[in-house]
Structures are given as C-alpha cells and as structure tokens.
Design a protein around this ligand. Sequence first.
Ligand code: SF4
Ligand code: SF4
Length: 138
Amino acid sequence: MPERTSRTYLLSHLLRMLARPRETVDVTEELPPVPDCYQGRITIDIDRCRGCGLCQRACPGAALLVTRLPDKGVRVSMRHDQCAICGVCELVCPADAINRCAAIAPSGADREGLQETWERQGARGGKVKVDDARGRQG
Ligand code: SF4
Ligand code: SF4
C-alpha cells in the first residue's frame, strides 16, 4: 500500500473510532447488569452461623476461614478470588447460613480487596460487622 494511502486509511480509521459510541461500561459510575448465567456471590448470614467450620473443611478452594470468638461469637472470612462458586459450602452448612446472591463479588487492585468478613460478637444480639477483612490471618 502506498504511504499516502496507508496514512489516509489510518486517519479515517482513527476518526471512525473516535466517533463511535462508547462500548465499555465504567463500573465506577454504574454496575453492569448481572448476566443470567451468573451463579451468585457467596454470602454468610452470620446470625445463623454456629461456627462449626464444616464449610471451611469442605471448600476445595480454601476460600473460607471460620474463627470462633469468645462468648459464642464467630467470624467468617471469605476470599472471593479463591471461590469457584461450586456451592459445596452452601450444601454442607447445617445452619442454612450460606447463600448465593446476585450481587457481583467485590473487586480491587490487589487480592486483599477481594476478601470479605462477617463477624458476630456473642451468641445472639451481638454486633454484626461486614467489611473487607484486610486483616485476615492464615
Ligand atoms: S462456593 Fe465452593 S469454592 Fe466458593 S467458598 Fe463455597 S465451597 Fe469454597
Ligand atoms: S458450615 Fe455454616 S454454620 Fe458451619 S461455620 Fe460454615 S457458615 Fe457457619
């Protein structure tokens, strides 16, 4: 292709690209719609959790960490980056405390941002806290 023709082609291509409507979604402005095939994000109903640890033992991705706290409290930490959304934890939980919801799992620039923690202090009526568990051990 002669040099002038290729430059003309390149210029017209660039102009076409600039004039095109935006095709990507800026997730900092709006969340994309959840696709029908999405299997769900694991969530813990910490009020129901007994701290038995069955979910942690059953998880093939070592995504769950259950810690018993004083006075029958419990903390469950979840690494979404290690979860295959296989649903095994949901099946083994004797307290029906694990569910999948349509919300998209958290994202972040590092793996720490992909963690989530649910914590109950005391057997019942204690404070329930949900955060990103940046201080997870082990
Ligand atoms: S869905 Fe599967 S991989 Fe994810 S936390 Fe539960 S058992 Fe682990
Ligand atoms: S299996 Fe259920 S009750 Fe047991 S620790 Fe996991 S979430 Fe809690």
